[in-house]
Design a protein. Structure first.
Ligand code: PSU
Ligand code: MN
Length: 308
């Protein structure tokens, strides 16, 4: 059972999220592109279920966001989550086409950018994911810069990730975030993490050591009238890390394959993620799941701190 929200926008809260909203409980948004385009089945479903459980264990409520048959869902029940995890051919939605999918009654998964739009529309302030999109390597030729970065600059949601994958140009990604006025805060470490690895080799612009300090930083931004999102980078736990030098070999191969296959536009990120999954014999998936779980925990702690 879900409840319609607006007579105009086809948007539905899950019962659990509707109840959390009514009592002012902390809520954590989750994206769905990571489920449909980021990981293969059944690992994707396993991951989606476990992050939801972790968020509940921390005293917050999970809200996985997706468009199903033209309805923007804020929170998916178990049956819908299971169907989505096995859906072939779901659209990959960003700012440009989120409304298109709703208007045309399509089914699509939300990227970081589209999830931020849905979360903001639903009044959700914190969102957990794995890695954000960014400036691709050779962007000076391809102009391939993820709409996630623009969204972070304009939409007031705190996004917890594990840094950026080295399939991207991480220095350029950080430069764009700085230019657009997006705070980049690494949790409990002075170095910016690179998804599977704790160290990208780059210093983090900002560092904070507790969920309360992150919540307080956001409160002061609000008081100052500085709008837009903020990026929290949460390094993968040491036990689950894959060293940077090791990943770099696979990444180089995946990038070569993408060039050979002339992959461009929206397909680039999913292509590279799938390639890396196969190149590492699925080993990257274990790390991927561990870091999303780690981010879900921190995001829930921040959401709890924000309502305290
Ligand atoms: N990076 C990852 N894993 C992902 C994605 C990015 O390490 O699953 C997904 C996210 O949904 C992100 C999107 O918002 O890819 C970015 O796609 P693009 O580069 O096309 O903007
Ligand atoms: Mn792109």
């Amino acid at each position: 059972m879900t409840r319609p929200v607006s007579p105009l926008l086809p948007m539905q809260y899950s019962d659990e999220v509707a109840a959390a909203k009514a009592r002012g409980a902390p809520i954590v948004a989750l994206e769905s592109t990571i489920i449909t385009h980021g990981m293969p089945y059944p690992g994707n479903l396993e991951m989606a279920r476990s992050v939801e459980r972790i968020i509940r264990e921390q005293g917050a409520v999970p809200a996985t966001i997706a468009v199903i048959d033209g309805v923007l869902h804020i929170g998916l029940d178990e049956a819908r989550l299971e169907v989505l995890a096995q859906t072939q051919g779901a659209m990959k939605l960003s700012r440009a086409d989120l409304a298109f999918a709703i208007a045309e009654r399509r089914t699509g998964a939300t990227t970081v950018a589209a999830t931020m739009i849905g979360a903001a529309r639903a009044g959700i302030k914190v969102f957990a994911t794995g890695g954000i999109g960014g400036v691709h390597r050779k962007a000076e030729e391809t102009f391939d810069i993820s709409a996630d970065l623009d969204e972070l600059s304009r939409t007031g949601v705190i996004v917890v990730c594990a840094g950026a994958k080295a399939i991207l140009d991480i220095p350029k990604t950080l430069e764009v975030l700085e230019t657009r006025g997006v705070p980049v805060v690494t949790y409990d470490s002075p170095v910016f993490p690179a998804f599977w690895s704790r160290d990208s080799g780059l210093k983090s612009p900002l560092t904070l050591n507790s969920p309360a300090a992150i919540a307080n930083f956001q409160t002061v931004r609000d008081q100052l009238g500085v709008d837009g999102g903020m990026l929290i980078a949460n390094p993968v736990p040491e036990a689950d890390e894959i060293p940077r030098e090791e990943m770099e070999i696979y990444i180089a191969r995946a990038l070569d394959n993408a060039e050979r296959d002339e992959i461009a536009g929206k397909s680039v990120t999913p292509y590279l993620l799938d390639n890396l999954f196969h190149l590492t014999d699925g080993r990257s998936l274990k790390t991927n799941i561990a870091l999303v779980e780690n981010n879900a925990r921190l995001a829930a702690e921040i959401a709890v701190a924000l309502v305290d």
